[in-house]
Design a protein around this ligand. Structure first.
Ligand SMILES: [Fe+2]
Ligand SMILES: [Fe+2]
Length: 258
């Protein structure tokens, strides 16, 4: 059984020192890997990421992250990525890592993803150059991700995103902003890539559980949704129902989460 701790949208700022360190310190008792689903900072300032990196250094298990739109805001992606890497965090953007956990190959394919909307209410690659660029970016993210998932040689295939592959986990958000919260192209990548589960964040007012059209479980782990430092999920291919995810209660997050 593979145990996955996952959280997104921690939105650290310069004053967030030690906000989550106590929860990360003994994670080895609870999980085998820790996934971070983007929006790690408020504005993508290196000082903000440095504060989070100090907390993450307390974490004894492998950490894999994608960035979110907030982390892109100040155009310092390279710098904030390096800060995470210096804290032993693997940062994925349209690439993957395969870890050996309990003699299983656990593959994590990661990308930020992008918006675009969902079937029947999506943008299209048509019209003005700006609209075409928007939808092409979304499609390129998803199509590259699909190839990466397919190419992973792993017993377990996990997809880590910031944007949502399904509208189901957006329930509670204003419908008008769904096209800015995710895109059905991402679900196609998850389904055609035959992933076991997908995690995302970004939808602070959404719900935790959903699935793709191909019935792959999707979990929105944005902290305002899960209201804990992280959730823990198990993956077990030997069990009859290996897609079943158990939520294990963890300590409530202290302090305000935006
Ligand atoms: Fe967020
Ligand atoms: Fe976001």
């Amino acid at each position: 059984m593979i145990r996955i701790a996952a959280a997104g949208d921690v939105h650290f700022d310069r004053k967030s020192h030690n906000r989550l360190a106590q929860h990360f310190g003994n994670l080895q008792d609870k999980a085998d890997i820790f996934l971070l689903a983007g929006d790690l900072t408020q504005t993508g300032h290196p000082d903000e990421m440095q504060v989070l990196a100090e907390d993450l250094k307390k974490c004894p298990i492998p950490i894999v992250a994608v960035l979110g739109n907030h982390d892109y805001h100040l155009d310092q992606v390279e710098t904030v990525t390096r800060i995470l890497q210096d804290a032993n965090v693997t940062v994925l953007e349209r690439n993957c890592i395969v870890l050996n956990i309990k003699n299983h190959k656990v593959g994590i394919a990661g990308a930020k993803g992008f918006g675009g909307g969902f079937v029947g209410a999506s943008g299209s690659d048509f019209g003005e150059p700006e609209m075409k660029a928007f939808m092409r970016h979304s499609k390129n993210e998803a199509r590259e991700l699909e190839e990466i998932i397919k190419g992973m040689e792993a017993d377990y295939k996990i997809v880590l995103l910031h944007y949502s592959p399904t509208a189901q986990t957006l329930y509670g958000e204003k419908k008008e902003i769904y096209p800015f919260l995710g895109c059905y192209y991402l679900a196609e990548a998850v389904d055609y890539g035959k992933a076991d589960i997908a995690f995302h964040g970004h939808a602070h007012a959404g719900v935790e559980k959903g699935e793709t059209p191909g019935k792959i479980p999707v979990r929105n782990v944005a902290q305002p949704v899960i209201r804990h430092a992280f959730n823990i999920y198990t993956l077990d291919k030997n069990s009859k129902d290996h897609h079943k995810m158990e939520r294990i209660s963890t300590a409530e997050v202290s302090g305000e989460v935006h």
